[in-house]
Design a protein around this ligand. Sequence first.
Ligand code: COA
Length: 373
Amino acid sequence: MSPQAHVTGWGKYVPQRVLTNNDLAQMVETSDEWITTRTGIAERRIAADDESTSSMAIKAAQKALSVANLNPTQIDLIIVATATPDHAFPSTACLVQDALGATHAAAFDLSAGCSGFVYGLSVAAGLIEAGQYENVLIIGAETLSRITDWDDRATCVLFGDGAGAVILHGNAAEGGVLSGTLGADGSGGELLCVPAGGCKRPPSHETVAEGMHYLTMKGREVFRFAVRIMPSATRKVLEMADLTIEDIDLIVPHQANQRIIASSARSLNLTPERVYSNVARYGNTSAASVPIALCEAVDEGYVHQGDVLVLVGFGAGLTWAATALQWSAPLPTDPQSRTKAVWYKVLYRYAKVRSWIRSLVRKIAAQFTKFRQ
Ligand code: COA
């Protein structure tokens, strides 16, 4: 029997700084009333100057590893889903791999907009079921505040920063990831887009002056796409797992807009208690939204062992993805003991020192080669 992919660890990180609707009303012509009624968002988190997608991803990953009781060297693969990587390259996943000291892990970034984390779950589950990997760390992390035009009221009220991470572990037990569906429609690419900064329109004085390095969005069209695709992706993933709507204990949807979440719930005939939402607190954190919501749903006691969950996302691309899974991790989790916390601290310190020594050895070797030439 092929192994099943089970969630054994989860963790989130959100920046300290809270930006409320009233704060935004001081920056652009908007109001708390407009934002709340149109989106359900009350506040969002904004990364500090010294934070970035990798730093938030690392913190979320460290929490997930601690819940899973996993040593970083036991990770086989790290996937970071993000639309706001630290650099074009190296990948954010490689930065995470180095900081964790996950010396046996392969690492890559996954670009699928807000669907990225759910895409990553399917990819990871497939590799685990094929027997290629045993432990995969999947992270959704974003610093959207750095590509947001803070003068554009149509978009700046929607987005926030943060990171969420999950460990998938392969074993023969029943449950875990039951099915997954992925989709794309590139004809809708221009609906959600960062027009410049890539190789088609490299960054220049002109692109910056025109604000082409900021995200642009055709909100109404994205809305129409979202309310159609969330229910249909959910139905498809249930059908693939031989389940029905009645079998779902909780849906964890992409947190873009409370109206989209409520409309999808209505079309699926789901009562609000079966649809998790925290969009009010964080806004749309793109690829980070589903794992952050999953972590909070677990921490708030909405998830129980044996529950059937559907995680569903949509986003830039256009893309969409859904995963059905049966929760198998014991709940509640053990509180982290002091010894365990100290052990992980030592591991991460060692990872830092190891990385520094490796880079120093590389520099010395380069000097030595130059000297011999
Ligand atoms: N404050 C006040 N007024 C605003 C505003 C703001 N922050 N943003 C837009 N408006 C105005 C518009 O200028 C427009 O004014 P007009 O009628 O005088 O032209 C009016 O509000 C209505 O704008 P509209 O874009 O039609 O609003 P809407 O009801 O469609 O809501 C969104 C806008 C963005 C909230 C909604 O379209 C949406 O959520 N779309 C999906 C976005 C999304 O999920 N993106 C991420 C996908 S991963």
